[in-house]
Design a protein. Structure first.
Ligand SMILES: CC(=O)CC(=O)O
Length: 653
């Protein structure tokens, strides 16, 4: 039995946006629901009425109305809102509830002074930049690429690009040349907008060399625009951001595009081969983000919404839809640990942040450092804390309520780049239980499937989605027959989206995700998720980071469980610590969780969006050469793979 850490207030239906939506459903559709579960069941059964209600309730601006809500219900291939034309940027820039002078973008960085844009200023910037892009010849379907951080210029560029029906794609400027060109050579951008560098903590990082190399590797480029962010000189062959955004009398216009017209291309964190270019559409992203931000995260005009993310992670795309529901967004670029782990909490206080989103590893790092955020920052405005990127264990939940605030809703969220949202998360109507994701999101028919494909409750299963969602990709780039797209999600259960995570859904609809299903630890037929493993091992003061893999035994035996640990500064793994780790795992989890070997490594290999590379580590340990096991450009620390290759050599028979 998990502990209840937060309970919805008695007047939740009066105060929350989901309460307003329920009243609207009763008034306009004659629908009433006994509880969240009944609402969810309806939302995943009567997909047409549900998604149409989202469209109508949020008053989506369309240029031509849809002739239907959903035709072709099968997956892949569902067709949403045929006949409709609309524009994502137009809908975001409505900023409901915001007056012209209200701040909507509050941007802090370690590179320059804070920037605040009001609603009127944001529209004006988008108007100018859209005109600038048009002058450069950008039109519907052209690709505009941003090698730029989480700053207002990147956001303005996204909206300006979308307003023209052109397609946006961003890489954070800490991405190396190879990772960027692996992504953009696939989509062949016409215009590149890049920063000259940035400051990380107090360290200036000059990126002019990388920008030059990226330009040289992209023959499709017609123009490069340079943002003097670190204040370096704009290269002669580039246009300055100021010129792109120069005064013009062209009005702000929005090209009406079909519902599934490409809005942006995101990339899966791909560990092998080229990163998958996932194309998201205007209508699908708009509807999904309206639903999630307003009904689940309860964001509206009174909010300041922050998520710690770079432009290389889909949480950036999620964050910047905030103004579509009237919320102001708080952007941050820099080192979250500079000068110490309190930096983001102080930023929240300074900016009046009401919703603080981050990653589970960040919350756990703060916990490990003994931080008490409410003692170092005035967090009285905070109503919500969001966590994603990895499962948040129970101790992470209790830490938030013990040290951040008791009167806030903690929402652990999981989904991914593939849907640019969370399909399981929180909702204001339901209590928060320690270690548990509160619910399946409206419109997301998430199930856990046993190995024989039956839906299970209270048991670990494969996370699948059995009904289409509008924010599923409109396809992969350069995949005209949809072969790569089908292979990525639909090859195991035809017609059903297999996400690749392990999930347990309990009787009351709460969810626990226990890691990637392709990285499962399977000991003697018992499947163990990796998440619970990490929470025990990394709970020890001596252990800073860890990765665990299971090497199967071809003869059907228990196989080998190998644990790799990164230890605190100055520590060396000895028998005593090995015994301590084993003891903790045996007591906290089970004897099956006790590793056969424990090794000390300098670093755990991680993708650019900070996910542990369990599968590539396993491949290397079973003899796959490093270059075939992982696309080095997709890694934050490719040098960390060497230790595993060396061990593989020593272990080879
Ligand atoms: C919403 C998410 O699923 C974010 C992530 O883990 O990448």
């Amino acid at each position: 039995m998990t502990d209840v850490l937060w309970t919805p207030p008695a007047d939740v239906l009066q105060r929350s946006r989901i309460g307003a939506y329920l009243r609207w459903l009763a008034e306009h559709r004659g629908l009433e629901f006994a509880d969240y579960d009944a609402l969810w069941q309806w939302s995943v059964t009567d997909l047409e009425t549900f998604w149409r209600s989202i469209w109508d309730h949020f008053e989506v601006v369309a240029h031509t109305p849809p002739t239907a809500t959903l035709t072709e219900r099968g997956m892949p291939g569902a067709r949403w809102f045929p006949g409709a034309t609309l524009n994502y940027a137009e809908n975001v820039l409505r900023m409901p509830g915001k007056g012209d002078d209200d701040p909507v973008v509050v941007a802090h960085t370690q590179t320059r002074a804070p920037v605040v844009l009001t609603a009127a200023q944001l529209r004006e910037q988008v108007r100018r930049v859209a005109a600038g892009l048009r002058r450069l010849g950008v039109g519907t379907g052209d690709r505009v690429a941003a090698y730029a951080p989480n700053i207002p210029e990147t956001y303005v560029l996204l909206l300006a690009t979308a307003s023209l029906g052109a397609i946006f794609s961003s890489c954070a400027p800490e991405f190396g040349t190879r990772s960027v060109t692996d992504r953009w050579q696939q989509i062949e951008p016409k215009v590149l907008v890049a920063v000259d560098g940035y400051r990380y903590g107090d360290k200036p990082v000059d990126r002019r060399g990388e920008v030059a190399a990226i330009r040289a590797a992209l023959p499709s480029l017609r123009h490069t625009v340079s943002i003097s962010y670190l204040d370096q000189v704009v290269p002669e062959s580039a246009i300055s951001w100021a010129d792109l955004a120069a005064e013009t009398d062209e009005p702000l216009g929005f090209t009406p595009v079909p519902f599934d017209h490409p809005l942006y291309v995101l990339y899966s964190s791909g560990t092998t081969g080229l990163p998958k270019p996932i194309v998201h559409g205007h209508g699908g992203i708009l509807l999904e983000h309206l639903k999630m931000l307003a009904l689940h995260h309860d964001l509206g005009p009174a909010d300041r919404f922050f998520w710690f993310t770079t432009t290389g992670w889909m949480m950036w795309n999620f964050l910047v839809s905030g103004p579509a529901v009237g919320a102001a967004i708080v952007l941050f670029d820099g080192n979250p640990g500079h000068p110490d782990l309190g930096a983001l909490w102080r930023l929240a206080a300074e900016t009046g942040t009401t919703y603080f989103g981050t990653s589970a590893p960040f919350l756990l790092a703060c916990r490990k450092a003994g931080l008490v955020p409410r003692e170092i920052a005035d967090l009285s405005a905070l109503r919500g804390v969001g966590s994603t990127g990895a499962p948040l264990p129970a101790e992470g939940f209790t830490w938030v309520y013990d040290t951040v605030g008791t009167d806030l809703q903690l929402q652990s969220l999981s989904g991914g780049t593939d849907v640019c949202t969370g399909f399981v998360g929180g909702v204001p109507l339901l209590p928060v239980h320690a270690g548990e994701i509160t619910c399946r999101a409206l419109g997301a028919k998430v199930e856990a499937r046993s190995p024989d494909g039956t839906p299970v409750i209270g048991q670990l299963g494969e996370l699948v989605i059995t009904e289409p969602m509008p924010s599923m990709p409109v396809g992969f780039w350069n995949d005209p027959d949809g072969v790569r797209y089908r292979e990525a999600y639909f090859d195991v259960y035809p017609g059903v989206w297999r996400h690749g995570d392990w999930i347990t859904i309990n009787e009351r609809g709460g969810c626990v995700i226990t890691g990637r299903s392709d990285a499962t630890l399977n000991r003697g037929g018992v499947r163990l998720g990796t998440a619970e493993f990490y929470s025990v091992v990394e709970g020890l003061d001596e252990v800073v980071d860890s990765v665990v893999v299971h090497l199967e035994d071809d003869e059907g035996g228990a196989g080998e469980l190998l644990l790799f640990v990164v230890l605190a500064e100055g520590l060396t793994l000895d028998d005593e610590l090995r015994k301590k780790i084993c003891r903790e795992l045996r007591t906290a989890l089970s004897p099956r969780h006790v590793p056969d070997e424990i090794h000390q490594v300098r670093a755990v290999p991680r993708t650019l969006s900070a996910k542990k590379l369990e599968v590539p580590v396993k491949k290397i340990l079973t003899g796959t050469p490093v270059d075939q096991a992982a696309a080095k450009g997709a890694l934050a620390n490719p040098e960390s793979l060497t230790a595993f290759a060396t061990l593989a050599q020593h272990r080879a028979p």
